[in-house]
Structures are given as C-alpha cells and as structure tokens.
Write a protein that binds this ligand. Structure first.
Ligand code: KIV
Length: 308
C-alpha cells in the first residue's frame, strides 16, 4: 500500500513537472516576445501630459491608437505610440452595437482596467461614455474621477465643444486631465443625422468656436474628427494645445486611428480616413479554417502536442 502510494506520489511529481514544463515553454516563448518589447521600450519612458504638450512645442507628431484589452494594449504600446485611447468605439468595434450610445461606465471601467494592466508607457486616455457627464456637473466629476481611480487611466476624453465646456472646466479644476473631442462627435450621431463630415462652409466658425472653448476650459489636447483639412490646419495654428486628427488631414499635431481598422479587422466598412497597415481578417480566418480542417482530419493534435 505504502509502495503504491509512493509510486502515486512519484507519478504526481512527474506529472506536475511535465505540466510545469508545458506551461513554462509557451510562457518562455511569450516572454521572449515581450522581452523583445521590453528592450525596444527600454529607450522610452512613461509619457505624461507635459510630454504631450511639449511635443506640440517641439513640432513632434503625436501618435495615438485605440486599445480595448490587455493583449492589444501590449502590442500597441510595443509599437511605440505616445497615447493609448480606450475609445467608446469599443461599443461598435468590440461589442457589435450600431453606435456608441449604449456603452456604459461599467464597460469603460472594465476595458480601461484591462488596458491599464499592461502598464503601457504610452499615456492612457479613456473615453467618457454617453450620459456619464451630461446630466450634472456632480455626476461628471464623479464619473471622470472613477476612470482615473478605478480604471487607472491618466486622462479622460469628453465629446463636445461650447455646449460642454462648463463640464470640462469643472473636471479640469479638480485636476482630472481632459482631452476634448469636436467635429464629428459619434455620441451626437442622431443630431448630425449620421456620421458626416462636420465644419464645411458656414459650419466652420462653430467648429473653431468649439475648439477655443475646449482649450479655454482647460483641456490639454483635442481630437478633431472628420473636419476639412484646411479648417483643422487653422485650428492647429490657433490653439496652444495639441490637436489630434482623425479624418482631419495632415496638419494636426497628431493622429489617432482605431487599431482594428488599421489591421484590416473590420470588414464591414472602412472610412475614407483609414489606412490598412495589415490585412489580418483573412489571415485569422485562414488560421481557424486550417485548425478546423486538422481537427477533422485527425492531423491535430500530433504527438508533440500530447503528453506521455
Ligand atoms: O472612440 C474612439 O475610438 C474615438 C477615436 C476614434 C477618436 O473617439
């Protein structure tokens, strides 16, 4: 009996050793990948809001990109961006909704925490979702504070211009850094009657007024979405805070895009301002199809994927 227990014990030790080895090997491979990231990032340091402001003064383009989860955040940060945006576009891109209006505070906190766990060197900015800042100043302050305290972001992004500048002013007065967002503001989709270029012709003055109001309210930077390039250039020239464009031409102080868009993962629709830097959708579909075929044919798992 003792003998059998002893053998069982040795068997368990061996099984433990094999399973440790199995779990360590892929981990080692993964950490080799992330070590690569670390050494690449060794030359970089954590990017702060004063760094972003200085980039405008030094005329160095600011690169911002979305991430909604931990693995993408690591990859995006490894790519060397200056700011990561947990955009409420996750409602559309990640959750499959028609628009961003249904995104909740809980969802934004969940995704922001996941991204923050990657400890990015990039500045971490998170969107304030629809109805989290419009009802009252008190709610706006509390919800913005939650994004910093519970989500571990370093700044929030708020959509709106003149109409929302009183909120930005109140939130920044308690030292919560705000990035503004004007032009095509997706949370105003129903007012705009769809996702349309804003600020053409007589609308241009309103967009300029919005930009100035957001700056005067204390925002440290401002996203300009889908406005004519000459108007974005004028705003960029006039403001002392950095402008970050998306569909706003080449004269902004920086650019932002949605990661799923640049990787060719959103097959439904590609806006004019998006450039694909990879075509991952067919690569992923092919990989899954190969896996399915190998499981069905018995080719996977092979001996090297099995335990003795
Ligand atoms: O929600 C988002 O991803 C955004 C950017 C595209 C600017 O607001």
């Amino acid at each position: 009996m003792e003998n059998r227990d002893g053998r069982r014990c040795i068997f368990h030790i061996r099984l433990f050793a094999v399973s440790r080895l199995a779990s360590v090997v892929p981990y080692a491979l993964r950490s080799a990948f992330f070590f690569g990231r670390k050494s690449m990032n060794d030359a970089r340091k954590k990017i702060t809001i004063p760094d972003i402001l200085k980039m405008k003064r030094d005329k160095r383009p600011i690169v911002m990109m979305t991430a909604y989860d931990y693995p993408f955040a690591r990859l995006v940060d490894s790519g060397g961006v200056d700011a990561i945006l947990v955009g409420d576009s996750l409602g559309v891109v990640f959750s499959g909704h028609e628009n961003t209006l249904s995104v909740t505070m809980d969802e934004m906190l969940y995704h922001t925490r996941a991204v923050a766990r990657s400890n990015p060197l990039a500045l971490l900015v998170a969107d304030m979702p629809f109805m989290s800042y419009q009802v009252s100043i008190e709610e706006a302050r509390r919800n913005c504070g939650r994004i910093l305290r519970e989500g571990n972001a370093q700044a929030v992004k708020i959509e709106g211009g003149v109409n929302i500048s009183h909120v930005i002013s109140s939130v920044t007065s308690i030292d919560i850094p705000v990035m503004g967002h004007i032009g095509l503001t997706p949370q105003s989709v129903h007012r705009m009657g769809g996702y349309k270029v804003q600020g053409r012709k007589e609308q241009a003055k309103q967009i300029m007024d919005d930009a100035l109001a957001v700056q005067d309210a204390g925002a440290f930077a401002i996203v300009l979405e889908a406005i004519p390039a000459p108007l974005a250039a004028q705003i960029t020239e006039k403001l002392s805070i950095p402008t970050i464009g998306i569909g706003a031409g080449p004269h902004c102080d920086g650019q932002v895009l949605v990661i799923h868009d640049i990787l060719g993962l959103c097959e439904k629709y590609t806006p004019k301002f998006v450039k694909h830097y990879a075509e991952l959708a067919p690569a992923i579909t092919d990989a899954v199809a190969n896996y399915a075929a190998e499981v069905r044919s018995g080719a996977f798992p092979a001996e090297e994927h099995s335990f003795n």
